[in-house]
Design a protein around this ligand. Sequence first.
Ligand SMILES: Cc1cc2nc3c(=O)[nH]c(=O)nc-3n(C[C@H](O)[C@H](O)[C@H](O)COP(=O)(O)OP(=O)(O)OC[C@H]3O[C@@H](n4cnc5c(N)ncnc54)[C@H](O)[C@@H]3O)c2cc1C
Ligand code: FES
Length: 234
Amino acid sequence: MFCVRVERVTNHTESIATITFDREIPSYPGQFLMVNVFGYEEIPLSLSSPNSVTVKAVGETTGALVKFKGGELLGLRGPFGKPFTPSKKALIVAGGIGIAPLKFLHDFLIERGADVLVVFGARTSEELIWKDELSNVMLATDDGSEGFKGNVVELIKAKNIDLSRFERIYCCGPKPMLRGLFRLFKAEGVLDRAEFLLENYMRCGIGLCGSCVLENGLRVCVDGAVFRGNEIEL
Ligand SMILES: Cc1cc2nc3c(=O)[nH]c(=O)nc-3n(C[C@H](O)[C@H](O)[C@H](O)COP(=O)(O)OP(=O)(O)OC[C@H]3O[C@@H](n4cnc5c(N)ncnc54)[C@H](O)[C@@H]3O)c2cc1C
Ligand code: FES
């Protein structure tokens, strides 16, 4: 484990914050850190840039993190996990806090001159964080407060987005959204070019404890957390 100091906290909403460290971690988009929040637990969080994580408060540890003010110390292990595969023609599909690892990927691909379309959905307009920093983005909200009223799967179908024109399709978000995308990609015959970032309970983060094993025997921490569509069943 090594320690970093929190340089800056950006509060996107009351329950979502980006925690920026005082140094960059050599890493690729899709990789995650085991973050030890002293006095709380050690939890897995995706890198949202080489020197940040972006967290949504869902329990004690994430709740403590979003209340950080800057100057705190964090213990880190990692980066761990397989990264996304870069491509020149990319479709990024994000739901809610699933935008965190995909923002890192978006910036990484744009810097390398890729053609990127982002389809980003959230419950409400305020949860569409970074919407103004994403190039070529289509937005959706469950309550219709911004963009298309509905979820990202419905948006892709309504706009007749031609999935076959993308070299890779990258997905991260809540399980029901990933299941809907998985079914759609299977029906459209593009599952082999899709990559899904999956979450599961984790303890060791390095393939030893078995707490993150999927039904098919793959471990999210070392065989993922990014999986190809044809490696998994959702
Ligand atoms: C590879 C990976 C990357 C992740 N990246 C991010 C990220 O970038 N930003 C972010 O906000 N969160 C991310 N998470 C989820 C984050 O780790 C959990 O929200 C966190 O561990 C919850 O801790 P807690 O103590 O605050 O809540 P807890 O009290 O432990 O849990 C609160 C609620 O969240 C559920 N939960 C807890 N952990 C998980 C989990 N791993 N998967 C699914 N449900 C869970 C619990 O069932 C409970 O309902 C990631 C998880 C993984 C495995
Ligand atoms: S978290 Fe221990 S094996 Fe994956």
